[in-house]
Design a binder for this molecule. Structure first.
Ligand code: SUG
Length: 436
């Protein structure tokens, strides 16, 4: 039996709105406003519980340590940790913000994952994304790599590849630009890699915002993961969609088993005939304008198969607030549609930074044996959920402005919170501050 497990990133204690993200309209619109880290973390946990309560297996990825003092030291700041924060706030506030983002919560950018049914050596392959395009995100890759090795430890079942070399030509944003189509999670599938530009050959590229993910990155990962070329597809995301604010494929498309739900403007090619035997649900501009799809994050919904059968779409509540997506979703579940119902979930704190339900999770299809080989506390249980909610109440602030990031108290609070979390999750000293 194979299960698709969604591993969600727990929102970190420094969740804030610093307008760091390129081509991400929500991040730009909410920059320099006050966030609520406690609500953000509780919303994320509530989503995980919702999935667990539907009978799905739900995984957990702990936050990264932020502000990231080791990076600030690499950027030339020295002295005590508190002194570094104060100096960085005064001399280089943008660098401090980049080193303080809780952006690792968007686990869809953590890695690309190929399940064992697709790989030549029959192991699950992981490549942590280099996130090369932006400072605040590229500092995630090393810790993500080590964390995945901790949570998926057995080399008999799991193969971990180091992030691709970090440069614009191999810029990789992970599973947000990767889809899988298969009759069921356990069967060999077609892996679809979506790129924004070719870096080493001429081709179309967006004009307004940079394309974050390259063909050359996807092509390397397909090779690393030992995928069959006959079952690997590369699609270019439409430059117009990127310029409209779809900075990842998962802003305009989502797949699950044999269903691909996507916006008509998502790709440069017409993909209608590419995947015979699959259900392609294409949403036309007249049904949902691209701008509404991006505002509502309709396609950043999680499309999942319930244990008893039937597919459900877990949408952000923003989809109920916009007329075109509300009307579309009302008409979506019909007797002939593979999608049987829609649920709405509030992840508003994350949405304000351009992260919907699907951004918050990394999908990993696992057989029973692979599940048994996971780290002991990698999966959510009702008791662990209660512990994590209490943990958030103990440690998280209710208000945070980017100007607060230079507060040495915030660093101490974050360290205390993460120390407590490593005990709850029995992870050992995974953070650098625990080893200094
Ligand atoms: O990389 N936002 C993230 C959102 C990532 C969403 N992920 C997926 N679509 N899978 C980004 O643009 C905003 C941080 C800030 O502005 O404070 C940010 O990094």
């Amino acid at each position: 039996m194979t299960h698709e497990v969604n591993f969600d990133g727990i929102v970190g204690p420094t969740h804030n709105y610093a307008a760091l993200a390129i081509g991400n309209l929500a991040s730009q619109a909410h920059g320099m406003t006050v966030s609520n880290p406690k609500d953000a973390a509780l919303q994320g946990l509530a989503k995980m519980k919702f999935m667990m309560d539907m009978g799905l297996k739900q995984g957990i990825l702990p936050p990264h340590e932020r502000p990231h003092i080791p990076t600030l030291r690499r950027l030339g700041f020295s002295g005590s940790d508190g002194g570094i924060l104060i100096k960085a706030q005064r001399e280089a506030p943008m660098k401090l913000r980049a080193c303080s983002s809780a952006s690792a919560m968007w686990a869809a950018n953590a890695a690309t994952v190929s399940p064992s049914a697709d790989t030549e050596d029959g192991r699950v392959h992981f490549t942590a994304a280099n996130l090369a395009m932006q400072l605040h995100r590229c500092i995630e890759s090393g810790f993500t790599w080590r964390l995945l090795e901790t949570l998926f430890p057995d080399p008999k079942h799991f193969a971990h590849h180091e992030p691709l070399p970090c440069n614009m030509q191999l810029s990789d944003e992970g599973a947000a630009n990767h889809m899988r189509l298969s009759a069921s999670h356990g069967e060999a599938g077609i892996e679809v890699f979506v790129y924004g530009r070719r870096a080493l050959a001429p081709g179309k590229a967006p004009a307004k915002f940079p394309a974050r993910h390259t063909f050359e990155a996807s092509d390397s990962i397909a090779r690393l993961h030992q995928l069959s070329p006959a079952r690997t597809f590369f699609l270019q995301q439409s430059p117009a969609a990127i310029d409209a604010g779809a900075f990842h494929n998962d802003v305009v498309a989502v797949s699950n088993e044999d269903v691909l739900f996507y916006h008509a403007s998502a790709y440069t090619q017409e993909i209608g005939n590419y995947f015979p035997n699959m259900h392609l649900i294409k949403v036309a501009e007249e049904q949902v304008p691209l701008a509404d799809a991006i505002r509502s994050y309709l396609f950043n919904s999680q499309l999942v198969t319930l244990p008893g059968g039937g597919m459900v779409l877990i949408c952000p509540t923003e989809c109920e607030e916009i007329a075109s997506t509300r009307d579309y979703l009302k008409s979506l579940p019909t007797s002939t549609s593979p999608i049987h119902s829609c649920h709405f979930i509030d992840v508003h704190q994350s949405m304000k930074n351009g992260g919907g339900p699907a951004c918050l999770r990394l999908r990993v299809a696992l057989t029973d044996k692979q599940l048994a080989a996971l780290h002991a506390r990698a999966l959510l249980t009702p008791a662990l959920y209660d512990q994590l909610v209490q943990w958030v109440h103990r440690h998280y602030r209710e208000k945070l402005h980017p100007d607060d990031l230079g507060d040495p108290m915030l660093l101490d609070e974050s360290h205390v919170a993460l120390e407590d979390l490593t005990n709850i999750l029995q992870l050992g000293p995974i953070y650098e501050f625990q080893r200094r």
